[in-house]
Ligand binder design. Structure first.
Ligand code: F6R
Length: 615
């Protein structure tokens, strides 16, 4: 939520800030703004409600003087609606100081009262303006030391925040801080950058520094200093960004989502690469950490949204291969009860962004309770892996579309790898050769689904553009895919959709079936379990008898479903744990094509933001 970028260097900053914001726009797109200290040393600011294009239009209509120091923000509203006035930056000190913020300042109300009592007149409804006003007060009272004033401010704030600030008196200096919210440094030649993530500056530099929790950073063109909230210097952790700017470009595709759906074979191949040795799965990052898997008697996988559906597939795989009980917990529910966890529990978190606040808090909570923690994450330098004992990175590359697709496939792949790795370490998988062969074959099979079903499924979606509700049914590992199919449809096409475990239908939801109701049914292979397959075929007959329009996703050659299906989407033959990676692809294409048929923006659906850094 909210994208933040900062620049100091020899170049005019506006273009750099706007390009950075364009790459960060997936984080929030209800308003955007920039502030720049111009050549004459004055601070100018422009902000606009709406997408970044509204800010660009405004700057094209009336230019803002450019300069070498600047900050920019793209917002996902929390306090105060998406208006020009509530957009960031917020100004103080006679408009000579500018500040931007991501997160929520939980104690903003008493601070606002305190400042209002001292005569501050606020111009917005945001919590952020309180931080700007506080910074002005501290700055004035300490005689103009921006870094010292900034330190005093962050120590008074509670909640989650990334803040960047600059002052007209200090051209060439941007200060930043983070608590439970992301901020990374980009190191250039004679210029430096700050960003919510590396996308903000990857076109200029791939050298980055990760900033830890409760740390403050100051950047000038030639220097970067990082301290804790009390001014003690700390060493920031360097890393090289593993992808280049082109990876985060649309590159001729109609949308980022279309590009990312198509990139799934590569994302899965990259996640597997280097993790197969002979006919075993060996994840090198987990070398020397066998104790994480042998010293436990329980696994909890925690995540939100799409990542939690990947977690459900992971539950089946880890239980099957590592023979240890696995529970899946929504991260935002996990720490608000009193879960029974301790040193014998491994808490696995899954997060594409590595910044989801609900998931981060669950990881911290698990650590405080003595559990071991491992994260599955797609973003280098992100907070969740830094807070975990171990990390298995998915290598899906940057995911820009708000609706997660390739990251989901990479998460499932990483969990399959983890299950086989754990099984080997725990001695419960003696021979992984068949599963290793299945893993290696996945990219090609996903490519085949894309090739053979894209037009068919898109056509189907075109016919269904007026549909008001779609149901999705699955059993076993098909159940999480039913949930994911429904979520994809809801979030980008705004059509009501529900995913159910197929066996659950008769316990209530079957009442929803009326003539013409479209229902996708994910049919497991009869080769894996004739029993489960026959149960799903029975479920199809039950809904068909009540007039449902049945769209079946089944493996090639499954003749048993043909008499009962209005439409059949074929997927290649795969092992039981591997089918989800094939079955999800047509559902992603369906959601995307339906949203497109309705004329919607599939990359930036309403009300959403990609990285949810508030609880
Ligand atoms: C849906 C979607 C979200 C995320 C969820 C967790 O398409 O993208 O449901 O999966 O917000 O995000 P991460 O994986 O970044 O923790």
């Amino acid at each position: 939520m909210c994208g933040i970028v900062g620049y100091v260097g020899p170049r005019p900053s506006q273009g750099i800030l706007l390009a950075g914001l364009a790459r960060l726009e997936y984080r929030g797109y209800d308003s955007a703004g920039v502030a720049v200290i111009d050549e004459t040393g004055s601070l100018g600011m422009r902000k606009k409600a709406g997408k970044l294009s509204a800010l660009r239009d405004s700057l094209a209509d009336a230019a803002l003087p450019d300069g070498n120091t600047g900050i920019g923000h793209t917002r996902w509203a929390t306090h105060g609606g998406p208006t020009d006035g509530n957009a960031h930056p917020h100004l103080a000190d006679d408009d000579r100081l500018a500040l931007i913020h991501n997160g929520i300042i939980e104690n903003f109300a008493p601070l606002r009262d305190e400042l209002a009592a001292a005569g501050v007149a606020f111009r917005s409804e945001t919590d952020t303006e309180v931080a700007a006003a506080l910074l002005e007060r501290e700055y004035r009272s300490n005689g103009g030391d921006l870094q010292l004033a900034f330190r005093s401010v962050v120590n008074r704030l509670e909640g989650a925040f990334t803040l960047l600030a600059m002052h007209e008196d200090h051209p060439g200096l941007v200060v930043g801080a983070r608590r439970n919210s992301p901020l990374v440094i980009g190191l250039g030649e004679g210029e430096n950058f700050l960003g919510s993530d590396v996308a903000a500056f990857v076109e200029h530099t791939r050298k980055a520094l990760a900033i830890g929790q409760d740390q403050i950073v100051s950047i000038t063109p030639d220097a970067v200093t990082v301290t804790d909230f009390f001014g003690t210097p700390v060493q920031a952790e360097p890393f090289d960004v593993s992808w280049d700017a082109a990876a985060a470009e649309k590159g001729g595709w109609s949308s980022f989502m279309a590009k990312e759906v198509a990139e799934q074979p590569e994302a899965v191949a990259n996640t597997i690469r280097g993790r197969i040795q002979g006919d075993q799965v060996v994840i090198p990052e987990l070398d020397g950490l066998d104790d994480l898997f042998t010293g436990i008697n329980r696994v909890i996988i925690t995540a939100c949204g799409t990542a939690s559906y990947a977690a459900l597939v992971g539950k089946y795989a880890i239980e099957q291969w590592a023979r240890v009980p696995v529970d899946v917990e929504l991260a935002h529910e996990f720490r608000y009860r009193d879960p029974v966890i301790g040193a014998d529990t491994l808490v696995v978190s899954i997060s594409q962004s590595g910044e989801t606040m609900d998931t981060l808090m669950a990881v911290k909570y698990a650590r405080e309770r003595g559990a071991r923690t491992l994260s599955v994450c797609n973003t280098q330098g992100a907070t969740i892996p830094r807070e975990s004992d171990a990390v298995v990175y998915t290598h899906a590359g940057p995911e820009v579309a708000v609706a997660s697709t390739k990251a989901f496939s990479a998460q499932i792949t990483a969990l399959l790898l983890l299950g086989l790795h754990m099984g080997r370490v725990r001695g419960s998988v003696a021979d992984a050769s068949v599963d290793v062969a299945e893993l290696a074959a996945l990219p090609e099979k996903i490519a085949k689904v894309l090739e053979t079903e894209n037009d068919h499924v898109s056509q189907l979606a075109g016919w269904m553009a007026d549909t008001r509700s779609v149901l999705f049914l699955g059993r076993h590992v098909g159940y999480p895919i039913a949930l994911e199919g429904a979520l994809k449809l809801k979030e980008i096409s705004y059509i009501h959709a529900e995913g159910f475990a197929a066996g659950e239908l008769k316990h209530g939801p079957i009442a929803l079936i009326e003539p013409g109701q479209p229902v996708f049914v994910l049919v497991p292979s009869p080769r894996h379990s004739a029993l489960v397959h026959s149960k799903v075929v029975s479920n199809i007959q039950e809904i068909r008898a009540r007039g449902a329009r049945v769209i079946v996703v089944a493996e090639e050659g499954d003749a048993a479903v043909l008499p009962f299906a209005d439409e059949v989407i074929h997927i290649p033959l795969a092992g039981p744990m591997f089918e989800p990676l094939l079955a999800v692809v047509p559902l992603q294409i369906f959601a995307m094509a339906l949203a497109t048929a309705k004329g919607l923006d599939v990359d930036q659906p309403r009300n959403l933001a990609k990285s949810v850094t508030v609880e």
